[in-house]
Design a protein. Structure first.
Length: 201
C-alpha cells in the first residue's frame, strides 16, 4: 500500500470557485491576503483568525481557558514541553515554548459530530458546505491510496473508499483551519498554529 499526496493546481481551484458561485455559493467576505508563511512559502489567507476554531476553543488560548470550555480531559499525555489532552473523538495539543511561559493551545483535531467551527461546520457534513461557508480554499491536498499488486478493479474500489482530500483555509502565516474529506463527507476538522502564532492572533 502506498499513500501519495499531491496538491491540486490553482487553475482547478479557480474553476471550483466559479462553479460554486454559479450554483449560488457564497465566497468569504475577507479579501484574500497574500503573504509568506514561516517556511517562506507564499500563501493566501482567506479567513479571519477568529474563524480558526472548533468546539468553542481556538489556538493561542491558555490551558485554563481550554478546561473552562471543555472541562477536564479524559486523559493527558505528557511530552517534552507538551501536553496532549484527549476527549471523546477529540485531541488537543498544548505547548510551552520556554519554561517561564504557560502552556498554550496550538493544535486541535476532532471527528466529533457535535463539534462545530465558529461558522457552524461540523464533521459529518457534506464537503459542498465548505464552498458555501468559506468560499474557495487557500490550498487543497489529496491523499491517494495505491495498492499496485492487486487487480485494478479492486484498486479503484480502494480509491473510492480511502482517498482523502484536505481543504486548508489560512488565517495568517501561522494558523490554518483544515477539513479532511473522504467520500464527499467531512471526517475531521483540524486547527493548527505554528510556533510564533501568538503574535498573529
Amino acid at each position: 500500500m502506498v499513500m501519495k499526496k499531491r496538491r491540486i493546481t490553482r487553475g482547478l481551484l479557480a474553476g471550483c470557485l466559479l462553479l460554486s458561485l454559479a450554483v449560488g455559493g457564497t465566497a468569504l467576505a475577507r479579501e484574500p491576503e497574500i503573504m509568506s508563511n514561516l517556511g517562506n512559502i507564499t500563501i493566501s489567507c482567506s479567513i479571519y483568525p477568529n474563524q480558526a476554531g472548533v468546539a468553542g476553543v481556538r489556538t493561542g488560548i491558555s490551558q485554563s481557558q481550554v478546561e473552562e470550555v471543555l472541562g477536564a480531559p479524559r486523559s493527558v499525555k505528557y511530552g517534552r514541553g507538551t501536553m496532549e489532552y484527549s476527549y471523546p473523538s477529540r485531541t488537543l495539543l498544548l505547548v510551552h515554548f520556554s519554561p517561564e511561559m504557560p502552556y498554550v493551545l496550538t493544535d486541535i483535531k476532532t471527528t466529533n459530530r457535535e463539534d462545530a467551527t465558529v461558522d457552524g461546520v461540523q464533521p459529518g457534513m457534506a464537503e459542498t458546505v465548505l464552498n458555501d461557508v468559506y468560499g474557495q480554499a487557500d490550498a487543497v491536498w489529496t491523499k491517494e491510496y495505491e495498492s499496485p499488486k492487486i487487480p485494478e478493479e479492486d484498486n479503484q474500489k480502494n480509491h473510492a473508499r480511502l482517498d482523502e482530500t484536505i481543504y486548508e483555509y489560512h488565517a495568517n502565516k501561522t494558523t490554518t483551519l483544515a477539513f479532511n474529506v473522504r467520500q464527499g463527507v467531512i471526517r475531521e476538522i483540524h486547527v493548527h498554529q505554528a510556533e510564533g502564532g501568538r503574535e498573529e492572533v
